[in-house]
Design a protein around this ligand. Structure first.
Ligand SMILES: *[C@@H]1O[C@H](CO)[C@@H](O)[C@H](O)[C@H]1NC(C)=O
Ligand SMILES: *[C@@H]1O[C@H](CO)[C@@H](O)[C@H](O)[C@H]1NC(C)=O
Ligand SMILES: *[C@@H]1O[C@H](CO)[C@@H](O)[C@H](O)[C@H]1NC(C)=O
Ligand SMILES: *[C@@H]1O[C@H](CO)[C@@H](O)[C@H](O)[C@H]1NC(C)=O
Ligand SMILES: *[C@@H]1O[C@H](CO)[C@@H](O)[C@H](O)[C@H]1NC(C)=O
Ligand SMILES: *[C@@H]1O[C@H](CO)[C@@H](O)[C@H](O)[C@H]1NC(C)=O
Ligand SMILES: *[C@@H]1O[C@H](CO)[C@@H](O)[C@H](O)[C@H]1NC(C)=O
Ligand SMILES: *[C@@H]1O[C@H](CO)[C@@H](O)[C@H](O)[C@H]1NC(C)=O
Ligand SMILES: *[C@@H]1O[C@H](CO)[C@@H](O)[C@H](O)[C@H]1NC(C)=O
Ligand SMILES: *[C@@H]1O[C@H](CO)[C@@H](O)[C@H](O)[C@H]1NC(C)=O
Ligand SMILES: *[C@@H]1O[C@H](CO)[C@@H](O)[C@H](O)[C@H]1NC(C)=O
Length: 807
């Protein structure tokens, strides 16, 4: 059933030319997620980055802040609405939890460096902000309490800063030892281990490097080189140094010492064996200059390359030129991939949610191609995967459709990491694999890519990398968050999974959540093995059913029977006081991770048929699904992961992403539409508190995009569930240059959005799901007839369960 695209090719091309002229960037609200439930605080919010960046850019230039109310502070993205500004720095993450990462290669504009300012003590110079911050795609501005106006834009490996100083002395401080600290301490805090800075003759250009380790990936130190330049020569420039007083395991520091006074040098400092803090101070005394501009390049290879990036990428001192270039790139590479009608008939809020969500799902990972300091390879290089655990569920499937080149490059890089480091990452940042929350979920991304025919992948190697995950127990690096087994990469509990056929609750942590995740990982191997190693298919299909080994068929809770449950290595279930709606603190050492066993009991996308049977058949499955959406059924407090959600269903975190759509497996698609829309409307807003918890590198935002498209991907299968779109017309560029058009008659987002009937490529469609081939290869046309009636319109087969087997 192929759409006759050829005849409409001319029109499609024409529409792109027209569409390319629309400036979608102006509908992006870069603050969505900047705040949590407590006004003014980032705590419980999206942990997003706010500043200048390109799609998947290496440089993400923005402010670093500190919130003094440490118990209610999260500074992972650097930005907080009201925090004290400690610097403007070149690298950030967006949407992450765990230990903050980056916030390195800084500048700080100051109007005085007199006592009590000590350039080595950020508390003596940090700044409140006055007025409202402004941000748009490629642009950020704020005003500091000291009167300095700050404007920022960025290119791919570089940034441009413009400081508008009040009358008087003007200083820019560069503290090479600056990074985003962890407000809560802990073993995944970052640490600085050394750097260098050189001021070139004339004082306008400085170069050097900084080495910082730790952060959520618990990484080894990695070195970033920089090259900065000011548009006017300073009257004075000096380097400085001081002893490192932050205690760091494994490195020399001057522990328990007071914050040192800087020792000013001349124009060059290197940390040396005591890992000294180093920096530089630039001063303009000439009262006639009020604007100081600076452009800075960064590189993981050398400061020469950093200078090259600065010069090549930011060729003009006019900040607006860099902003314009960023806007152009975002429009062409990202926003133009999904066209919705931009006219008065549309709900502007939904347009803003669409383009803002696209923005946030393209900030991470970072395309570091050509910037891999660890090994020589012709393959692309990517970093800042946060994490496959978060993005495998629906983010990567959207990359596949609208960013086939970037996505292929990403996947090739992940395979190259296996070639040179032995394992693919689950999370990775600072050029270092870490940390694994559940299964080895890059496997799921590879399977998803494989079944949909992603171009350019060496599948022989890809499969070998997956086999490594499936068969080889990774070294235990004794992470303090869970020292019981390896969590840097791979699958730390294979010692249970392979011989026992499940993960035992007495020998392993996260036994319940990891058992279901490993099962899906093994299904992923089976999917790729079909083409690459047919002899392995049955083995991994068998293993993909091993979640059944921890299914306690007779365990009853709240009137529902049959749950995933802790099972001991002896083979006995331990159902003593077992409540599947609880998971302790739901962390590394608990029976399930960031979700209760009640929730994880819905996460078997490859064999929904068996799951429905195990839960007591269709009626019981439906009754259980209905229950998780009922207010006040949650028995577990998920703290800042929960966004005040009181249902068992938690849309604030990834494990439940697909659950609201599972009514499709009962041919009651209208209920999927109802529940998922209620969640979207309740928890996603065009507002600072606009996502329910950490955006997780855009994973939450990508969930919303699928919701608005009226589709949901079944990961590891070439299958999309049909839901209900939010726009009357959508053109989506898929498979490089094909168009998928989604039209909806009778849509009113207030009350007329239930599916009455569907046509695909002109033919009446009876199933509530589609295959990749139907619409995503050559493009196609889906026509929805929507209405108010909650109608069972589908009569065809339910979505497939290709991993179906009962152990
Ligand atoms: C920190 O913020 C929380 C939430 O607003 C508030 O309840 C608490 O009193 C604050 N603590 C301090 C020390 O200001
Ligand atoms: C301030 O500097 C000290 C010393 O390097 C560091 O430990 C601390 O984390 C910094 N604080 C902020 C908010 O950057
Ligand atoms: C001060 O600024 C003015 C105007 O930009 C310039 O002509 C003059 O040379 C500057 N003087 C110094 C010492 O930099
Ligand atoms: C989608 O493309 C068609 C032409 O193929 C055009 O008529 C229509 O206006 C486009 N819709 C949107 C929302 O861009
Ligand atoms: C637009 O949609 C939002 C939900 O996304 C809704 O709250 C708002 O009322 C709608 N506005 C109009 C004018 O229909
Ligand atoms: C895949 O990569 C391996 C080396 O890692 C190479 O031997 C093989 O030829 C490649 N296969 C293809 C199809 O490129
Ligand atoms: C798969 O499981 C079936 C049924 O238990 C068993 O007969 C078969 O030997 C298994 N195959 C492999 C390759 O493990
Ligand atoms: C579960 O209950 C069924 C029917 O009540 C019973 O036949 C079966 O033995 C029970 N299984 C276990 C493991 O207790
Ligand atoms: C069984 O579970 C209970 C309740 O969680 C726990 O206290 C007990 O230690 C467990 N028993 C074994 C053998 O792990
Ligand atoms: C849920 O519990 C809260 C707090 O106890 C209560 O205010 C609210 O009315 C309850 N909602 C429902 C639907 O029971
Ligand atoms: C569409 O993209 C594919 C893959 O890049 C390319 O081979 C093909 O030439 C393109 N077709 C058109 C009409 O641009």
């Amino acid at each position: 059933m192929k759409h006759p695209v050829r005849s409409s090719l001319f029109l499609a091309v024409l529409s792109h030319v027209i569409a390319a002229q629309i400036d979608y960037s102006k509908y992006v609200n870069p603050f969505i997620g900047a705040e949590g439930p407590i006004p003014g605080l980032a705590y419980g919010g999206g942990d997003i980055f706010v500043g200048g960046a390109l799609p998947f850019g290496v440089a993400k230039v923005g402010i670093d802040t500190y919130e003094t109310n440490v118990s209610f502070s999260t500074i992972n993205g650097g930005y907080t609405p009201k925090g004290l500004v400690t610097a403007i720095s070149m690298m950030h993450e967006s949407g992450t939890g765990g230990g903050p990462k980056y916030g390195i290669v800084p500048q700080m504009p100051l109007t005085t460096v007199d006592e009590p300012v000590n350039v080595l003590d950020n508390r003596t110079y940090w700044q409140k902000r006055v007025g409202d911050d402004k941000a748009s795609v490629g642009y950020y501005s704020t005003k500091l309490e000291n009167g300095v106006g700050v404007e920022i834009s960025a290119s791919r490996h570089s940034g441009i800063m413009q400081y508008e100083f009040p009358a008087g002395d003007k200083h820019v401080l560069i503290d090479i030892s600056h990074y985003l600290p962890s407000e809560h301490g802990g073993s995944n805090a970052q640490y600085y281990v050394g750097g260098a800075i050189d001021i070139q003759p004339g004082g306008r250009i400085y170069t050097g490097y900084t080495s910082v380790g730790g952060g959520f990936s618990e990484s080894a130190p990695s070195t970033v080189y920089f090259c900065g330049e000011f548009d006017s020569a300073p009257d004075q420039s000096n380097t400085f140094r001081g002893r490192l007083t932050d205690p760091i395991r494994g490195y020399h520091t001057f522990s328990n010492g007071p914050v040192p006074e800087p020792i000013f040098g001349s124009n060059s400092e290197v940390s040396g064996p005591l890992n000294d803090r180093v920096g530089a101070l630039f001063t303009w005394s000439n009262a006639t200059i009020s604007t100081i501009k600076s452009r800075v390049g960064i590189s993981f290879i050398s400061y020469e390359k950093a200078c090259y990036f600065k010069n090549e990428e930011i060729t003009s001192w006019k900040l607006q030129d860099t902003v314009d270039a960023a806007v152009k790139e975002w429009n062409e590479d990202v926003f133009n991939k999904i066209n919705v009608p931009i006219d008065d008939s549309q709900n502007i809020t939904n347009i803003r949610l669409m383009y803002s969500s696209l923005y946030f799902m393209h900030l991470m990972p970072s395309d570091r191609t050509g910037e891999n300091p660890l090994w020589d390879s012709d393959e692309p290089s990517w970093d800042d995967f946060y994490t496959f655990w978060d993005i495998f569920r629906c983010t990567i499937s959207l990359y596949h459709l609208i960013q086939p080149d970037y996505y292929s490059s990403m996947i090739r890089s992940v395979i190259d990491i296996w070639r040179f480091e032995g394992f693919m990452p689950d999370g990775r940042s600072g050029n270092y694999n870490g940390v694994v929350q559940g299964g080895s979920n890059a496997d799921n991304a590879l399977a998803d890519a494989y079944v949909k025919g992603l171009h350019g992948i060496n599948w022989t190697d890809a499969y070998q990398a997956m086999v490594k995950d499936a068969e080889v127990i990774p070294y235990n690096t004794f992470s303090l968050v869970d020292p019981t087994n390896g969590i840097k990469e791979g699958r730390g509990a294979l010692y249970d999974w392979i011989p026992l056929g499940y993960i035992s609750a007495d020998r392993s942590t996260r036994a319940v959540s990891r058992s279901v995740e490993y099962a899906l990982n093994d299904f992923s191997l089976a999917q790729v093995a079909k083409g690459v190693a047919p002899g392995d298919v049955e083995k991994y299909m068998n293993r993909s059913a091993q979640w059944q080994n921890i299914w306690a068929h007779n365990h009853t809770h709240k009137g529902f029977t049959g749950f995933l449950a802790p099972r001991l290595s002896t083979g006995e279930f331990n159902l003593t006081d077992y409540n599947p709606a609880l998971c302790g603190s739901c962390e590394w050492k608990d029976i399930s991770y960031e979700g209760t066993p009640f929730e994880y009991s819905f996460t078997v996308p490859h064999d929904m048929e068996t799951l429905i049977q195990f839960m007591g058949g269709e009626a019981e499955f439906e009754r259980r699904l209905d229950y998780i959406f009922v207010a006040n059924t949650s028995e577990q407090s998920l703290a800042s992961n929960g966004a005040g959600i009181t249902t068992i269903m938690n849309i604030g975190n990834e494990p439940d992403f697909a659950t609201p759509y599972e009514y499709n497996y009962l041919n009651k698609q209208w209920k999927s539409v109802r529940e998922s829309r209620i969640l979207a409307n309740q928890f996603f807003h065009d507002a600072n508190y606009g996502v329910p918890g950490n955006s997780d590198a855009g994973a939450l935002n990508s969930w919303l995009i699928w919701q608005m498209l009226g589709l949901y991907p079944v990961v590891t299968q070439p299958v999309y569930l049909i839901e209900s779109p939010w726009f009357s017309d959508i053109n989506m560029t898929v498979n490089f240059n094909k168009t998928l058009r989604i039209k909806a008659n009778g849509l009113d987002n207030a009350d007329s959005y239930y599916v009455q009937s569907v046509k695909v490529n002109g033919e009446p469609w009876e199933k509530n799901w589609l295959e990749h081939e139907d619409i995503m290869v050559d493009g196609g046309l889906i026509e929805f007839e929507l209405g108010k009636e909650q109608k069972i319109w589908e009569t065809g087969s339910v979505p497939p369960s290709p991993g179906h087997r009962i152990l």
